[in-house]
Design a protein around this ligand. Structure first.
Ligand code: HEM
Length: 329
């Protein structure tokens, strides 16, 4: 009898998990062209601001793509990453988010939209549209962004650091990375495809310093990294350096291309989490394929971004459309 009860419990638990996961990436209530009637020029307005910003500050492209990822992975894509709080207790003040940039660009887009269609376009949708537009601006793929997200009213400093449901970390191994994505209804393929976002942007030395100077606590280097690359990186990053930036995809960090996969394959992925993609047969096979003539990276990235953009969204009459992205109405 006890055995039967256990099986029933396991079954119920599985059912609950499946329900949570599938609702995570279904994105009910989202659709392409959600603002067609309520703010017909919404997407044009966003694109215009982004092309102006990219003309003067192209190095913000990576930062703006990353914002959408950090928004979606905590509480779903609800703009919670943008909220300020009186005592700096919201998500943006959490350690993994301290290196995020580009909030003022989101504010600029919001201002332009409020001028044309006050109170219509959510901040969460702005972040999603901007992520697409910076990808396009850097020669990456174009995809149709589903819109209709509403903005959430909760943002907590502790959540990005939660040991299970927090953001994946630069030191995570492949097992932990896969779990983190699975928890959001994202597949192993989504993991390797979305990691390709590291074709853009920069990282602080502190995010990979231990690989150069103190991998296991004995002053050693990470044996999984190309020793010549380690020498090069050591010239850039001295121990304890908190400010210097290194390109995630040196040589083309302002261009969205497949060279990130070339680097990782050559054991030149900058972060432990990049190198970890060599430790799983499926992700490893993708790395190799992505640099071949059979590459489907651009198409895959578009699809995975749509999937990521559906995580935990609130729609309909839930939440609100913020007037200012950094505070609730
Ligand atoms: C797989 C798990 C991931 C981990 C552990 C991770 C971790 C990191 C870290 C540590 C940095 C550098 C932060 C710094 O030191 O300044 C970074 C930068 C970046 N990440 Fe990720 N990331 C992941 C996935 C993603 C995804 C899914 C995307 C987007 C699709 C993305 C886009 C970026 C971009 C564009 C940058 C450069 C930001 C800039 O130039 O300011 N990352 N990531």
């Amino acid at each position: 009898m006890a055995g039967y009860k256990n099986i029933l419990q396991i079954f119920m638990l599985q059912l609950i998990m499946v329900t949570i996961f599938s609702s995570q990436t279904q994105g009910q209530g989202l659709k392409v062209g959600f603002y067609t009637k309520s703010c017909p020029d919404a997407e044009k307005i966003v694109s215009k601001v982004i092309s102006n910003v990219m003309a003067v500050a192209p190095s913000l492209s990576g930062a703006l793509l990353r914002l959408h990822f950090h928004d979606c992975f905590i509480r779903g894509c609800d703009g919670s990453i943008l909220l300020d709080s009186p005592n700096n207790q919201s998500e943006k003040f959490s350690i993994p988010n301290l290196s995020l940039r580009g909030y003022s660009v989101i504010d600029r887009v919001k201002l332009a939209l409020e001028n044309s269609c006050p109170g219509v376009v959510s901040c969460a949708d702005i972040v999603a549209l901007v992520a697409r537009d910076v990808t396009v601006a850097t020669m990456g793929p174009h995809w149709k962004v589903e819109t209709g997200r509403r903005d959430g009213n909760v943002s907590l400093i502790a959540e990005p650091l939660d040991s299970v449901a927090g953001l994946p970390a630069f030191f995570d191994n492949i097992t932990t990375l896969k779990q983190s994505f699975a928890l959001r209804g994202l597949s192993v393929k989504d993991l390797v495809v979305l990691s390709g976002g590291h074709t853009l942007g920069v990282s602080h030395c502190s995010s990979f310093e231990s690989r150069l100077y103190n991998f296991t606590g004995n002053g050693d280097t990470d044996p999984s990294m190309d020793p010549n690359y380690i020498i090069r990186l050591k010239r850039k990053c001295t121990p304890g350096d908190q400010t210097t930036l290194a390109e995630l995809d040196p040589g083309s960090f302002k261009t969205f291309d497949d060279s990130y996969y070339r680097l990782v394959t050559k054991r030149r992925g900058l972060l432990t989490s990049d190198a970890a993609l060599l430790d799983d047969p499926e992700t490893k096979a993708y790395l190799v394929r992505a640099t071949s003539r059979r590459s489907t990276f651009f198409k895959d990235f578009s699809e995975s971004m749509v999937k990521m953009g559906r995580i935990g969204v609130i729609t309909g009459s839930q939440g609100e459309v913020r007037k200012v992205c950094s505070r609730i109405n």
